[in-house]
Design a protein around this ligand. Structure first.
Ligand code: FAD
Length: 526
């Protein structure tokens, strides 16, 4: 059988496909990304880059670019609950501006407001900067066939209709909810299905910000005598806005009527687009069949309440990229490929679930006349209620790949209250905890592109390093002289994977170091 023409073919140039291309590109792995559209993105869906996704941006060197792309340092990121922009403020969840939030304890980066119309182009520019990455726009994957390890893909030029076939060793469908890859694989969906008929109204109005006394916030949620009906996001912090109607049930969409209801009066605006979309709760039953994988919205549809859609997909792309690279470079075993689904599917199902719950909590808020029961005259109670309506940022960093076949358990139990306690954990499977070094640098900045063995004391790292070298697993040793960080990590030797999750930890190099190395590279179970 002839060698495949492309090591990794990526279908879809949204944020998830682009992330995969970036992660493969920085490892020098050859890949081709095909995107059926022309690469221009005019409608913002995603608006918040999650904390974990910002941590990736940091390691790609684009965090500052993303942070300053559109939102000023001084605007707050508050959630304001109001009857209308010119009506009564019901409650406010205070989320400080970048300038005021200061360093965070659990991450070197906080969440960031950077809507997709600004974020995707930054990511695309980065992906295209790697010599091993080819990005082809106006190229649609129209069919695929897995021929015992080689994928035959038919690509069609979206303009001319001209067809070509190519072969790939791996194919990753990052082609969104209606993509061809999941359907071709026959992978079924779990989930409750359609939640609501939502509508996005994207509009321009420089005047809107001057109409009211609520100041700059990221979210304005509207609850009037008709109930909790929609929310508006400030897209550029100046004149671009997106109003989302949670559930439009009757007849034609009266965009002007909705904008008047939002403002509480007439005001000047220009409508840029009106898009009806079905808010859905779905998660694929599998993320892989043979050498074909799915990631992002191709694998799950998450209610955007809580900002977990892109977050989940980008984590998947980062999880998968180093595993494909390990196989292509020759030091990874096939269990790595199985581990993608074992690690990412439970996370995806969890995120779909909490997003749906959050959507129901927001839409079930009573009409404004009855809100005093929900938001009583007690600031603490109101704050607690407001936080319960959001998904805590901490959940988006401290997630653990439980029961992973490529992490070595250390016998410690998961703390079910991790999110509430904001307690970072270095249990194998967890995202490695953040900490600031005494020099002011972030520990994460010490992590290399491959595995990193953190050594917090004079524990013997020799056996593990020797086994890794012998087997060909790329690992860098990083000595950390910091008692506070050592306490967070609990044990003096911690092996961190290329995706920043803990693979193994111990008091010293294990007697069976080769077996540990083989497990984490997907060769054999411990
Ligand atoms: C209103 C709204 C607000 C949101 N807010 C947030 C938020 O704040 N934070 C967050 O994390 N997420 C948010 N999301 C979710 C986020 O937008 C999606 O999860 C994210 O865009 C998914 O990225 P993706 O790359 O998987 O898919 P997509 O962005 O859908 O990209 C898929 C790409 O594949 C291309 N494609 C499709 N089929 C083919 C084919 N056969 N061949 C080649 N190309 C193909 C498409 O043209 C498209 O460009 C929001 C979503 C909505 C609707």
């Amino acid at each position: 059988m002839a060698d495949p023409q492309i090591p990794v073919l990526i279908a879809g140039g949204g944020p998830v496909g682009l992330t995969l291309a970036v992660e493969l590109g920085r490892r020098g792995v050859e890949c081709t990304l095909v995107e059926k559209r022309d690469g221009k993105i005019t409608v913002p869906r995603m608006s918040q880059v999650s904390t974990r996704n910002m941590e990736y941006c940091r390691r790609w060197g684009i965090a500052e670019k993303v942070r300053s792309a559109v939102w000023t340092n001084t605007h707050t990121l508050d959630f304001v609950y109001l009857t209308s922009m010119t009506g009564k403020e019901i409650a406010r969840l205070r989320v400080p501006s970048y300038q005021d939030r200061g360093p965070l304890t659990y991450t070197p980066e906080g969440p960031c407001h950077c809507p997709q119309i600004y974020y995707d182009p930054i990511l695309a520019e980065l992906a295209k900067s790697f010599p091993s990455v080819t990005v082809r726009y106006n190229t649609e994957l129209t069919s695929l066939k897995d021929d015992g390890g080689i994928i035959h893909a038919c690509l069609t030029n979206s303009g001319s209709g001209e067809k070509e076939t190519t072969t790939a060793r791996f194919l990753v469908g990052c082609d969104g909810p209606n993509g061809v890859v999941r359907k071709s694989l026959g992978i079924e969906l779990d989930g409750t299905g359609g939640l609501a008929n939502s509508v996005n109204i994207f509009f321009r109005s420089a005047e809107l910000a001057t109409l009211h006394d609520k100041g700059w916030a990221r979210f304005y949620r509207c609850i009037d005598d008709g109930g909790s009906w929609g929310e508006m996001i400030a897209i550029d912090g100046r004149e671009l806005w997106r109003l989302t109607i949670y559930d439009h049930t009757d007849g034609d969409i009266d965009a002007d009527g909705y904008l008047r209801r939002l403002a509480g009066c007439d005001f000047p605006y220009e409508i840029l687009s009106v898009q009806a979309w079905e808010r859905r709760d779905f998660c694929a039953k599998n993320l892989r069949k043979g050498n074909v994988f799915i990631a992002g919205d191709a694998a799950h549809e998450v209610s955007p309440t809580g900002g977990l859609g892109m977050h989940t997909g980008v984590n998947e792309a980062v999880n998968l990229a180093w595993k494909l690279s390990a196989i292509i470079e020759g030091w990874g075993g096939l269990t790595l490929l199985d581990s993608y689904e074992a690690e990412c599917l439970p996370q995806a199902a969890f995120n779909v679930n909490i997003s749906t719950r959050s959507f129901h909590r927001i839409t079930e808020l009573p009409p404004s006349q009855a809100l005093s029961d929900v938001f009583p005259d007690d600031k603490e109670a109101v704050d607690a209620k407001l936080w319960s309506l959001t998904i805590p940022d901490f959940i988006k960093v401290q997630f653990t790949y439980e029961n992973s076949p490529v992490c070595v358990p250390d016998g410690t139990k998961a703390n079910p209250n991790d999110a509430e306690n904001m307690k970072q954990s270095a249990r194998p499977g967890s995202r490695a905890p953040h900490g600031w070094l005494k020099t002011g640098e972030a520990l994460f900045d010490q992590f290399g592109r491959d595995f990193t063995l953190l050594q917090f004391a004079e524990a013997d790292a020799g056996g593990l390093l020797a086994a890794a070298k012998e087997i060909g697993l790329p690992v860098d040793l990083s000595r950390i002289n910091d008692e506070d960080l050592a306490a967070i990590y609990e044990l003096p030797l911690v092996l961190v994977r290329p995706d920043g999750h803990v693979a193994w930890r111990g008091g010293q190099s294990p007697a069976d170091a080769a077996s540990v190395i083989n497990t984490v590279r997907g060769i054999a179970a411990v």
